[in-house]
Design a protein around this ligand. Structure first.
Ligand code: NAD
Length: 441
């Protein structure tokens, strides 16, 4: 079937994909792996188109676009192709004695049907394509909705995906609130949403109408606890890399540093040095440093710079949507920068007296998407693991847990529900059907 000349209405898109799903076309493993291979080809043949679009939308360097979006997705595809047969294999279950010795039981992994993936603007390719990999691998038809706030990437995806994938089973719907609202009125078999919690609630309410299961990949403030005994120059370097990647617009970026006053004082010059090592004395001139997505977010972030004493950074240029990598010290826990997810290149340092106060500080707030702990103490590690709740926990290195394909990536509480990546995506986009077999004679 050829792509229609006029944009299809959301209801028609979903009806068309549902008709395809009903034929059984997306179910064979051969169809799934073919789609994954075609997506891989898109990324290797047309990766430069996506990298250009990411540069236009977010000032991402080509190296960063490949590392965090294009090659990231290629790795996810390769991992899935390597393991898919095993993940889809039926799993037998022990049968209780009252059913007799000849009865057997197992789970069968079924696709759900037609699923919707709604992506945000900060990693606008990766956060649309990685869920798409899982949804296709699980044998579904998929509608993907890129973020309108990253328009160049949205246009590139809308152009490229239909050129490589089965257009009877994969559709790209571009647009903002009206288009997404229209999509959400349709019945899907799963909705996978990445973005903020306010819209997450809109998605959940719309899904409730159809009893559609939902994955919400949300954000929030991810703390980084730094213990007094640890190697602060290594920590400063890793914190700066994790925080200022993509100009701080990363859902799992360390949002703020939590440490004692002496360690904070020692960390300040080391963070300033780490920023200079990464981006030079003028980060605005560095190809490696990105830009804020739009003026609205720039203005929001610029207003947060008054929340503390500037250790490094503070520079800004609205016409260039440039906000310097900034570290703030002496930050009051009640100040504006601590009241919302920062989602930009500002790293506040908040002081607490010790581990007990740090744990209480974390537990007094929403459950974070990620929690980072920098310590040499086994007791500190185990106490934080046991006494706090977060989507993920990273000892010693921010962001990296989400690159481990066999770990579930997702939040808890305000930071989201459900997870994906690798086999966890198969769990998300499939139904495990319980099967019992009792022979008739
Ligand atoms: P966004 O503004 O691009 O919105 C996300 C999607 O929701 C877009 O596709 C948009 O069109 C749609 N949308 C917006 N308003 C809507 C409405 N009223 N009804 C229906 N759909 C609507 O992105 P954002 O929300 O600004 O993204 C940033 C947030 O996402 C941060 O909180 C960040 O932490 C979080 N995030 C989480 C992850 C994760 O994997 N957990 C990853 C990236 C970002």
């Amino acid at each position: 079937m050829t792509t229609p000349a006029t944009p299809e209405q959301p209801a028609d898109v979903v009806a068309r994909l549902r008709a395809t799903f009903r034929t059984g076309r997306t179910k064979p493993v051969a169809w799934r792996t073919e789609q994954l291979r075609r997506l891989r080809e898109l990324l290797t043949e047309r990766g430069a188109d996506l990298a250009d679009a990411l540069h236009t939308d977010l000032g991402k360097s080509s190296a960063e676009a490949y590392r965090t979006e294009i090659d990231f997705t290629v790795r996810e595809i390769d991992h899935t192709l390597d393991h898919l047969d095993g993940w889809l294999r039926p799993e037998s279950a022990p049968v209780p004695a009252h059913l007799g010795a000849d009865a057997t039981a197992w789970t069968q992994v079924d696709p759900l049907g037609v699923v919707l993936v709604i992506a945000p603007w900060n990693y606008p390719a990766q956060l649309l394509l990685a869920p798409l990999v899982g949804a296709l691998a699980a044998g579904n038809a998929v509608v993907v909705k890129p973020s309108e706030l990253a328009p160049a990437t949205s246009a590139a995806l809308a152009r490229l995906l239909p050129a490589y994938l089965d257009t009877d089973a994969v559709a790209v719907v571009e647009g903002g609130i009206p288009e997404t609202t229209a999509l959400l009125a349709e019945r899907f078999d799963h909705i996978f949403y990445t973005g903020n919690g306010t819209v997450g609630r809109v998605v959940l309410r719309a899904a409730a109408e159809h009893l559609t299961p939902v994955t919400l990949e949300l954000g929030g403030k991810s703390p980084a606890f730094v213990d007094r005994d640890a190697d602060l120059s290594v920590i400063a370097d890793r914190l700066a890399r994790g925080k200022f990647l993509n100009a701080g617009q990363t859902c799992v970026a360390p949002d703020y540093v939590l440490t004692d006053p002496e360690t904070a004082a020692a960390l300040e010059p080391l963070l300033a040095r780490a920023v200079e090592t990464l981006y030079g004395s003028d980060p605005q001139a560095s190809d490696a440093y990105g830009r804020i997505i739009n003026e609205r977010h720039f203005d929001r972030l610029a207003a947060l710079l008054d929340s503390g004493r500037i250790v490094v950074g503070g520079g800004k240029d609205r016409t260039d949507k440039y906000l310097a990598p900034t570290v703030l010290a002496d930050v009051d826990p009640g100040s504006p920068v601590m009241r919302e997810e920062i989602f930009g290149p500002i790293l506040p340092i908040v002081t607490v007296e010790g581990l007990d106060e740090a744990i209480a500080f974390i537990n007094d707030r929403d459950k974070p998407l990620a929690l980072y702990v920098f310590t040499e103490s086994g007791e500190t590690r185990s106490r934080i693991a046991a006494e706090t709740s977060s989507g993920g926990l990273g000892y010693g290195l921010p962001l990296a847990h989400l690159t481990v394909s066999d770990l579930p990536f997702g939040g808890v509480g305000e930071s989201g529900m459900g997870s994906y990546h690798g086999r966890w995506s198969i769990e998300t986009f499939s139904h495990r059907k319980a099967v019992l077999d009792k022979p008739l004679h």
